[in-house]
Design a protein. Sequence first.
Length: 177
Amino acid sequence: MKKIILLAFMAMTTMTMSAQHDEYTNEISISYGLGSVTDIFSTFAGALTASDQTNYWGTVGVEYVHFLNPSLGLGGVVTASGCKWGSKADYATTYISVMPTLKWSWLRKAHFGMYSKVAAGVMFVSNSPDGSSSKSATHFTGQVSPLCVEFGGALRGFAELGFGEQGILNLGLRYKF
């Protein structure tokens, strides 16, 4: 009897997990991240050069993911961040990143989900003193977010813990369709 109950429970759980996510195959997200690699680097570089980083505005991101199956999604994210620094905030640095994204949803319920995500791509850096002239560079960048949660229906809030260009803590809203 215990085996029958256990098998029935496992079957119901598996069907629930699959059924909840099958209705959505796409999602678009907006997010705000704190503690990105560029923020940490800018703070460290400012301390070494005795420059004051006066205004870092975090990382804003827009992301699209298409699910190839109920668990695996492929998409991309564009992020923007920047800071003003110098003794009178007379220098500005802007970071724009474009990264393909791989997302694995490992827990899918009607109003709650958990997932992991990796992204890697290119960052365009622009430095401009007083906004008059500009120097630019291109670098490799990425994001690894092993522990992520989402909650809600078609419109969901989410929180991601990780390391990279989207930050140590990345919060946002997502629309699944």
